[in-house]
Design a protein around this ligand. Structure first.
Ligand SMILES: [Zn+2]
Ligand SMILES: [Zn+2]
Length: 285
């Protein structure tokens, strides 16, 4: 199973010379087992490039899974080539209460005002579904488990398992414990952290929202984003092999992110790497 990063930025796309190495596109991650339809996690602006690549492959089916509908995770959807391809089957799943709610929420954006097309008019074969925290889904060959995150308006994190390979996608979220409590305070995990840890348990790769530094988090605790030390502590407790820092701040330049990578270089249990646009990880290895 492969993990590919198509957009790694949080909040707003930031193209430019200062972000060209890590990439300026917003959240879009692909998980794909050999010869199988891909699972696409979020549809930020990184989805535009992914869509063109998907059209060049023979497969005409994909599973799209949203963590939530903030714009940085949705903005690439109306520019995602498979939904304009009549032969493409796209299953769209999001943390809502019903398949109709998933469709209706997307329809608020693709409504003829914010985008020229209405969601009902796209030529691709779209179907919709809903997922709740705690649920297990089967999508093609993938087994997916969902967990509630700590984000304004709610968000779901996911674990994807396929034949002994596992990837976990946790964005967007603030720590699940307050400063000085639970894992944030260097103490045993609280109840919500225990649920998250059981989802992360033994995963080969965890992608985690680390948009803030610890100090920034203390200033913006209600914004719903975490910081690297918290993600590292969770991954250590869950026995995760590699942590990918993700949802980089729009203000973080390539040089800033190099400095962050340098700070965590050589760390083990977990190994800590930065997500970067174009990075492909083989989860079998
Ligand atoms: Zn976001
Ligand atoms: Zn968000």
């Amino acid at each position: 199973m492969k993990l590919r990063f198509w957009g790694v930025r949080g909040s707003i796309p930031v193209p430019g010379v200062g972000t060209s190495r890590y990439g300026g596109n917003t959240s879009c991650v692909e998980v794909q087992a050999d010869g199988e339809a891909p699972l696409v996690l979020d549809c930020g602006t990184g989805a535009r490039t992914l869509g063109r690549v998907l059209l060049s492959r023979p497969e005409r089916k994909l599973h799209l899974l949203f963590t939530h509908f903030h714009m940085d995770h949705l903005f690439g959807f109306p520019f995602f080539a498979p939904i304009f391809t009549p032969t493409f089957e796209v299953t769209v799943t999001a943390p809502t209460f019903s398949p109709d709610t998933t469709r209706d929420r997307i329809a608020r954006y693709l409504n003829g005002i914010f985008h020229p097309l209405r969601v009902y008019e796209v030529p691709g074969q779209l179907s919709f579904d809903a997922v709740r925290p705690g649920a297990t889904l089967e999508r093609g060959p993938y087994t997916i488990r969902a967990v509630a995150l700590n984000h304004p308006g709610g968000a779901c994190g996911y674990r994807i398992d396929y034949k002994g390979s596992s990837a976990v996608y946790i964005t967007d979220t603030a720590p699940l414990s307050r400063p000085g409590e639970g894992v944030s305070g260097g103490l045993p995990p609280n109840g919500r952290e225990q649920v998250l840890l059981s989802l992360m348990e033994g995963a080969q790769a965890v992608v985690f929202d680390t948009m803030f530094t610890h100090d920034e988090y203390l200033e913006k605790m209600t914004w719903g984003h975490a910081y690297p030390e918290y993600a590292v502590d969770l991954c250590r407790l869950a026995g995760v092999r590699t942590l990918y820092l993700f949802h980089h701040a729009p203000d973080a330049s390539d040089d800033d992110l190099d400095a962050l990578a340098e700070r965590w270089a050589g760390h083990t249990g977990p190994q800590v790497l930065l997500a970067r646009e174009g990075l492909e990880v083989d989860l079998e290895g």
